[in-house]
Ligand binder design. Structure first.
Ligand code: WT7
Length: 645
């Protein structure tokens, strides 16, 4: 097999901070002498009290703990704003590109960002928000989303951003789980010319979230909303009464910075908790290493702030590095499939960072939408969220980047805080579909089902053997679940939930989740979560959900549903169930196929055999394997015959 390798372009090898030998030395040193390595790296942040200790951790049950720079003190907002004021206060920190291309973009300098964040912080304080309190942020992609999270960081409050596409039900669950008394929202959001009724969603969520006391509403569209006396306040009115200066609270490195909910293989979403010093260091360092970020480069991470990608690579990493970060309100293909590349031209974007699902959708619309734009400013192209298929990789490289821009495929997770396995443009030859090699401090290993470490070129489950600064610290309110979820499958190691192959050059190729999590358009969805939503419907007796291949989304959601006796299995009910799940969780959980099944394949002990359901959903019915252990092998024939394609 001839391998497809794209060597480091000569110019990158010459100009980037690290070439291949430099990377090897850096990674080698990070593992050989982690204490001094990380204390040295910590100097990239501005500390109120510089730490004298680096990592203090153990993944073993007896003394399980994860601490980084624990004796250090700093403030994240001061690192992202204040320390840049003297040298580049007049530089643009945030470029905001509105949904509608006919509208004017906004450019916010570091000096202006300082004032905006201070004001926002003072509004929060005036509403009684104190250090350690949780603030839920349910905003569209407007600059206030960045102001709000940085304002929380400034006063030591813990933000929990909930993606604007989540339903009132999902929002209520997240408000309640972290006991958040304050929600920051907007009248409406805008995406692709459509309005999203954010405030109305908060009103609906409030009925099921007794913890909620105050709703701060940003006027974004001017749309009509109901304001509840004593609970709701307009942000612009409150902001007019407060000062534009607010001291940054000195925080311990291990004080919580934010909670971000993510789906797991079981139960309700987990509140992933990240802390102050280690997280910021990781976001900032990986942003610089993976993208060789230099002052002056316009940086665009085309994610939503509702996901970890937005936290680490729209806000924290780039701003900690004094970058100009672009924030886009809308959709990649609206008004048409040229929009992303037009934005790149409009703002001279140097690096664009997006998801394979967006690339596949754009690819389908044809090259014309790309080639009619200039893209001469583009020097690097990033991807994240799911394995990138080589076709999409090559299209990105050849058509978008005209063969001159390295593709930076970053593998990581909400839990990891930032990129873990990814190339560096001056150091790493590229192979389409591989996230390539580990970041400094990251020691990935592949293990078999029993936990035996596999060596050389091989395939197995991906574990990380040691802690890194950006690692999540706990599941909010459930430390036991944190330990159980990540550290018991392969004791003494962090289990990622991903399968992975390593080739003869030591390159890592993520093959996808090996647990009951599916990756829909680069977003994680727990099958159990969709099942729980389905069984809440009065006509549904039982449901089983698996992933299926999907041309654009990567994986789609395939639901097998058993109805209660006497309920008609027709298209009307199918449509109703799809709508039901959208209402319960949100549009990202929309089932792509619903198959009515009189029975599900179960073992005699009652366990659903998902392997069989996955095969049928994939259309791979010739190799269902041994079905003789099923309580009723007959159900399989019915499932195969009635497969939804
Ligand atoms: C899961 C994490 C990382 C932020 C966005 C998603 C998959 C992520 C890649 C990649 C192959 C990838 C993994 C991982 N994944 N990036 N470059 N190549 N797979 O964060 O929602 O926490 O999902 O996304 O399966 O476990 P997330």
């Amino acid at each position: 097999m001839t391998q497809d390798v794209y060597p480091v372009p000569a110019e990158w090898a010459r100009t980037a901070r690290y070439d291949q030998a430099g990377y090897e030395r850096l990674h080698g040193r990070s593992l050989a002498d982690p204490g001094s390595f990380w204390l040295e790296q910590a100097k990239r942040l501005d500390w109120i009290k510089r730490p004298e200790m680096a990592g203090d951790w153990s993944f073993d049950e007896a003394d399980f703990r994860i601490n980084w720079f624990a004796d250090g003190k700093l403030n994240v907002a001061a690192n992202c704003i204040d320390r840049h004021l003297a040298s580049r206060g007049g530089d643009v920190a945030i470029i905001w590109e509105p949904d509608d291309p006919a509208e004017e973009p906004r450019r916010i300098t570091y000096l202006e960002l300082h004032q905006e964040v201070c004001r926002f912080a003072n509004v929060l304080k005036a509403q009684g928000v104190k250090r350690g309190d949780r603030v839920t942020v349910y905003l569209p992609m407007i600059p206030e989303a960045a102001f709000a999270v940085l304002a929380c960081a400034r006063i030591g409050a813990i933000h929990s951003v909930v993606f604007g596409g989540f339903s009132p039900e999902a929002l209520a669950g997240r408000i309640t789980d972290c006991d958040s008394a304050v929600v920051v929202t907007a009248d409406e959001g805008r995406r692709g010319g459509k309005r999203v009724p954010l405030k109305a969603n908060v009103d609906a969520a409030a009925e099921r979230a007794p913890a909620l006391q105050t709703v701060i509403v940003v006027k974004a569209t001017g749309g009509e909303v109901a304001m509840s006396e004593g609970r709701d306040i307009w942000y612009h009115e409150a902001a007019a009464t407060v000062s534009a200066d607010c001291p940054a609270e000195p925080m311990g490195a291990e004080d919580p910075l934010f909670i971000l909910y993510t789906s797991g293989s079981t139960g309700k979403p987990k509140g992933v908790l990240h802390t102050t010093g280690g997280y910021l260091l990781w976001a900032s360092l990986t942003h610089e290493l993976c993208f060789d970020y230099r002052p002056g480069n316009v940086w665009w991470c085309a994610a939503d702030i509702g996901w970890v990608t937005g936290h680490s690579y729209i806000v924290y990493g780039p701003l900690a590095n004094g970058a100009t970060t672009l924030m886009y309100e809308g959709l990649p293909n609206w008004p048409d499939a040229s929009r992303i590349w037009q934005i790149c031209d409009r703002h001279n974007v140097h690096t664009v960072f997006t998801a394979p699902t967006a690339l596949r959708a754009l690819m389908k619309d044809g090259d014309e939408f790309v080639t009619k734009t200039s893209r001469q400013s583009l020097k690097l192209l990033g991807t994240v969220g799911e394995p990138i298929n080589p076709e999409a990789w090559r299209w990105y490289h050849e058509v978008v980047g005209e063969g001159r821009c390295p593709i930076i495929d970053t593998w990581w997770q909400t839990e990891t805080g930032g990129a873990m396995i990814a190339p560096m443009p001056g150091a790493t030859d590229l192979k389409p579909g591989s996230a390539t090699r580990p970041m400094p401090g990251v020691d990935p290993q592949l293990v078999d089902e029993k936990g035996n470490v596999l060596h050389g070129a091989t395939e197995g489950n991906l574990i990380i053997t040691r802690s890194w600064p950006g690692q999540m610290r706990t599941v909010w309110g459930d430390h036991e679940r944190f330990f159980q979820t990540y550290f018991t499958t392969y004791p003494g190691n962090y289990f990622t939930g991903d399968g992975c192959r390593r080739d003869e050059d030591g390159y890592y190729w993520i093959t996808g989740r090996v647990d009951d999590v599916i990756n829909v358009s680069g977003h994680r969805m727990g099958t159990a979560e969709v099942e729980s939503a389905l069984v809440l419907h009065p006509k549904v007796a039982e449901a089983a959900v698996v992933g299926m291949p999907h041309e654009v989304k990567g994986q789609g959601i395939y639901a097998y549903v058993t109805l209660n006796a006497g309920c008609a299995a027709d298209d009307a009910l199918r449509a109703e169930l799809v709508k039901w799940v959208r209402t319960e969780i949100g549009p990202i959980a929309t089932p792509d196929a619903v198959q009515f099944a009189p029975g599900l394949p179960k073992t005699r002990s009652g366990k659903i055999m998902r392997r069989i359901l996955r095969k049928i959903a994939e259309g791979d019915v010739s190799s269902l394997g041994d079905t003789s252990t099923l309580a009723d092998p007959g159900v399989v024939d019915d499932l195969v015959a009635n497969r939804v394609s």
